[in-house]
Design a protein around this ligand. Structure first.
Ligand code: ADE
Ligand code: ZN
Length: 341
């Protein structure tokens, strides 16, 4: 006889990995004000409430404008540590056993903050979470695609002393007008140096950008990838090559990639055999961490506990952990689920 728990309890308790998470996007307004005060920086919005009220976006660019402004109060290693520590605490409370975190060095180096300051603060928090919670992590360094490729190259050079701390390079920021092809050379260089590669593609950009990310950047995963569905041949390729798509339901809703979660393509993607995972993207801005993303999309699309299990299993399988680590985490997942499925 199996035990019964609600779908919400099942989602909260199920072991999972998060694979699409911008650390700058976890910067909660309360911490932002605290750090701004400590650094004697004035935030444009005069209170937490007024700042939160501004989190109303019509598209990716409107969000990015406010996201870069928020990241602008991060100055010291301690600031980067604090943001990362708070995210990891929250992720641990949501039964995230493994997380793969993006950071945007250029967001900080462009305003005179040294690469070392950001990565040292983030890395220390990752190490502490491993000791405290047993949580594992990987770091992914994203290039801002609306900057030129020379700036990305310079960032890759900055990363050289920290190669052991960085698993992969990625591509984020304003997508339309900044195709993957712009970064072919720097991604080649990154792969020569031993980095894995991922890229945001098909969030606002066309399916063609997803194809380019696969063909020209040799990515191991696509971040978002929603618009892949417009191209049947591409869908077949993604299925055949088992390329993971890191899907972010609440982000898609808040940035108007979909106008209603009921119209979100996640279930359709699963039915077509795509290798999808659920993630929070920028949880401080989009109204939910990973469990809220699972819950809202489950309610909207009437997903079953088996579907949730599949998504959680995909999250481990699509991670950059080695096979033995994946097996260990999937065993923990199966042991949790054996009581309820
Ligand atoms: N940077 C932070 N969140 C992003 C997103 N959803 N798309 C592109 N760049 C981002
Ligand atoms: Zn993202």
């Amino acid at each position: 006889m199996k035990n019964y728990i609600t779908i919400e309890e099942f989602i909260n308790g199920i072991p999972k990995a998060e694979l699409h998470l911008h650390i700058e996007g976890t910067f909660e307004p309360e911490l932002m004000f605290k750090i701004a005060q400590r650094n004697k920086i004035k935030i444009k919005h005069e209170s937490v409430e007024k700042l939160k009220a501004a989190y109303n976006f019509n598209n990716l660019q409107e969000f990015l404008d406010i996201y870069y402004e928020g990241a602008g109060v991060l100055i010291t290693e301690q600031d980067f540590y604090d943001v990362t520590r708070d995210y990891l605490k929250k992720a641990h409370s949501q039964n995230v056993l493994h997380t793969e975190i993006f950071f945007d060095p250029q967001t900080h180096t462009n305003r005179g903050i040294k690469f070392d300051v950001a990565i040292n603060g983030i890395n220390k928090a990752l190490k502490d979470a491993n000791e405290k919670y047993g949580m594992t992590s990987k770091l992914i360094m994203c290039f801002l695609r609306d900057q030129d490729s020379n700036s990305a190259k310079k960032t890759l050079e900055d990363a050289e002393p920290y190669k052991d701390w960085i698993a992969a390079v990625g591509l984020d920021s304003a997508e339309v007008g900044h195709p993957p092809s712009k970064f072919k050379d720097v991604f080649n260089l990154a792969r020569e140096k031993g980095f894995l590669t991922v890229a945001h593609a098909g969030e606002e950009g066309l399916a063609e950008y997803v194809s380019q990310a696969l063909e020209l950047l040799n990515v191991s995963r696509i971040d978002h990838g929603n618009n892949s569905l417009d191209d049947d041949k591409l869908v077949l390729q993604l299925v055949k090559q088992k390329i993971p798509l890191t899907i972010c339901p609440l982000s898609n809703l808040k940035l108007k990639v979909v106008d209603d979660l009921k119209k979100h393509p996640l279930k359709n993607m699963m039915e077509r055999g795509l290798f999808v995972t659920v993630n929070s993207d920028d949880p401080a801005y989009f109204g939910g961490y990973v469990n809220e993303n699972y819950l809202e999309i489950t309610k909207a699309l009437d997903l079953s506990k088996e579907d949730v299990y599949k998504l959680a299993k995909n999250s481990f399988e699509a991670s950059f952990l080695d096979e033995k680590q994946k097996e260990g985490l999937i065993n923990r997942l199966d042991s949790f689920c054996s009581d309820y499925l």
